[in-house]
Design a protein around this ligand. Sequence first.
Ligand code: HEM
Length: 338
Amino acid sequence: MPGVFGLELSSVLLLLIVTLCVILLVRSWLEVPQNIPPFPVRPLPIVGHIPHMVDPRRKLMEWRKTTGDLFSVYFGSTLVVVISSYDLLRETLVKQGEYFSHRHVGGILPVLNKPEGIVGSSGEVWKEHRILTLNLLRSFGMGKHEMAENIIEEVSAYLSEISKVSGEPLDPKDLTSRSASNVICRFLIGKRFEYDDPAYARLVEIYENFVDLAKSSGLLHWFPNLKYLPGDLFFHKKLINNFAEFTEFSRKRIQDVINNENQDCKEENFIASYLKEMKKREASGKLTHLSTDNLNLCMSDLLSAGTDTTTTTLLWFYLYMVHYPNVQDKVGPALNYK
Ligand code: HEM
């Protein structure tokens, strides 16, 4: 094949492409936008500040000291503005909430599904679902006596299960998450499950795994195209399968309510109330984002967001109580206070 300076044409082309890429990279590195808060250190091409994020919490606290309460970092090509002080947070999210209430619907969320539901949505879809969910939680007694009664009932089932081990060591993680999730299930579908029900145990395992997978698939958040690499290095396939199994549970429960087959669910529940509200809004002719798909995602959001947080909080509480018996002596009587 004829060439240039004795090089084959294909090598010349490759050299040109590599040179062009290097020029573009250096240019993007030199061209830092001027109208954004300062960087703690200069971002690297393509990866931005990601190489500094081995221990993000510590790094961000360190940069707060050197750069101030407002600074910019790049996660890959995504600009993230870090706000650290109470006053600045209030100024942006409360006083100027109108301009700052939209959320970055990025990361693994679009990799999994459409940006809908509560946790993974923004704008009008998010607003409508957040308001409706809060209203329904309140109408089902959140923060009031009714919800407390449900929780107390669940706590007695939990304590009676713990008492069965009679002094033997116990890892309370699974039992605690099944119990925390039962309180949410009661709100969502109007019933609790027995702790040894295998289908229920699997459900809780799925969304516990989901939270772990979401944490481990960190790079997929900023570089979604990594999902096309062969193998499953960044847990993309595992996440998809896990999420599908998760939403299948909610889909079946919604279908049961639509087919009027949830006879074992005696209590009023989120699914039935959501569907009622959806029909009402559709009949009024007003634009609504309520749909069975969104209902499914809301259920998954509430189950995953509510179970992992409550379980982790309780497990830390137990650990502290074990390590500080003198505090435990004070907490016991305080909890029994009527
Ligand atoms: C100790 C328990 C909990 C902790 C520490 C916790 C913490 C948080 C935090 C820090 C956020 C982000 C705040 C925001 O985006 O506005 C959040 C959001 C959320 N939490 Fe919780 N949470 C707990 C329990 C629950 C429970 C029991 C549920 C469900 C019944 C729940 C459902 C949600 C939902 C749906 C969101 C997303 C809200 C949105 O995107 O607008 N959480 N939670």
